[in-house]
Design a protein around this ligand. Structure first.
Ligand SMILES: NC(=O)c1ccc[n+]([C@@H]2O[C@H](COP(=O)([O-])OP(=O)(O)OC[C@H]3O[C@@H](n4cnc5c(N)ncnc54)[C@H](O)[C@@H]3O)[C@@H](O)[C@H]2O)c1
Length: 353
């Protein structure tokens, strides 16, 4: 690679910080050209913090004035599609945060723009870049689990609605399912070998609410916190795939449970695997049951570690045409699953694809 990749970022809030720290790690390959945020102060702060040349409050203006090779889209979910499409049309490759869009229809329009532009649209399925994910994937690809026919996953919180735009449906598209469920369902589907969804059944409940009244414990809150809330507290789903495998998923931001929990379990014909909360493989050797606990440095799957690898991979794809590990078609398949669960919750019927 000879020339530096000219970088822009749209949305300069919390997760933008993780992207920018990771770009900083490879600053020999990246030219920090422009930041953009609706909040001028925030755009300017990120510009100064990371040495960008200019800052903007309107991404259309930024894209028309700057020649960018790569753009990170880190806005509220409702701008993922319009900002990514605008960046692709302006000739830049895009790394769009999860969820890809508000729904599958928007995701399709983004893929259309990607195809027309000849540029890359990568989706921020950052957990694919964990060392633990890499280990699980290699084991599965080598047939250690046999045929994976059933997966159970969830991320459930006792209290943890982030508020702000996250709990405002017109900006987020939904609650814990579209926020937390995206990571868990993508990870499950990625490890299962990316089967296609054929049907989904789901239910959502909003019986408890945002609980901004709770004292004595703290939880992660959105940068621009307010307690407006019109999204679900909890979503449960049952998904069938074209290879006959099924997935059960549950996600909540608030639920009267003992403690918050994150889990991912995959069941195969030869072995079972618990990837979260702790990596273990359950199998049989010489007619004895075995539990295998791989030794993996947890730092290599840390929050900053996975972002560094994701961003380095994005720049490698842009600069060198390396095939993308989290392409747009995977984002679309995920949006179909989320649409299916939400639609089924509304209608009380199974959604078929
Ligand atoms: N990969 C992960 O683990 C992870 C973690 C957190 C958030 N996210 C995703 O990242 C995105 C941002 O989340 P966040 O936590 O950083 O939110 P945030 O509220 O901290 O930041 C979002 C920023 O986007 C700006 N913005 C919104 N619309 C804009 C527009 N049209 N043009 C320019 N700026 C705009 C807002 O002003 C705000 O500063 C969301 O899609 C979220 O789902 C991903």
């Amino acid at each position: 690679m000879s020339k530096k990749v000219r970088l822009g970022i749209i949305g300069c809030g919390g997760i933008a910080g993780a992207h920018l720290e990771a770009y900083k790690k490879i600053s020999d390959q990246v030219e920090f050209v422009a930041t953009c945020d609706l909040n001028a102060e925030r755009a300017k702060h990120r510009k100064e913090q990371y040495g960008f040349a200019r800052s903007y409050t309107d991404y259309e203006e930024m894209l028309s004035k700057e020649e960018l090779d790569a753009v990170s889209v880190c806005t509220w979910n409702n701008y993922h599609a319009p900002a990514s499409i605008a960046a692709l049309e302006a000739g830049a490759s895009v790394l769009c945060e999860k969820p890809m869009a508000m729904n599958a229809k928007e995701a399709e329009a983004m893929i259309e723009a990607e195809k027309k532009s000849g540029k890359l649209l990568m989706i921020g399925f950052v957990r694919r870049f964990g060392e633990n994910t890499k280990f699980c994937k290699s084991l599965i690809d080598n047939g250690k689990l046999g045929e994976i026919y059933y997966v159970k996953t969830g991320c459930i919180r006792r209290v943890g609605n982030p508020g702000g735009w996250f709990s405002d449906k017109k900006r987020s598209g939904g609650g814990p399912l579209i926020d937390l469920g995206v990571h868990m369902i993508d990870l499950a589907r990625y490890l299962m070998g990316k089967p296609k969804v054929v049907s989904a059944v789901g239910a959502t409940y909003d019986k408890v609410g945002i609980r901004s009244n709770v004292k004595g414990v703290s939880w992660w809150k959105s940068m621009d916190y307010d307690d407006y809330n019109d999204v679900e507290d909890i979503a449960v789903g049952f998904v069938r795939f074209d290879n006959g495998a099924t997935l059960v998923v549950e996600n909540s931001w608030t639920q009267h449970i003992k403690e918050s929990r994150l889990y991912l379990e995959l069941y195969g014909s030869k072995a079972g695997m618990q990837m979260e909360p702790e990596l273990e493989i359950y199998s049989e050797e010489n007619d004895y049951l075995t539990d295998i606990k791989p030794k993996i440095d947890l730092n290599s799957s840390s929050f900053s570690g996975i972002f560094e690898r994701q961003i380095a991979h994005f720049i490698d794809c842009v600069a060198n045409g390396t095939p993308c590990l989290s392409p747009s078609e995977d984002g679309l398949e995920l949006m179909k699953i989320l649409d299916g669960i939400y639609q089924s919750a509304e209608t009380g019927r199974e959604v078929q694809f």
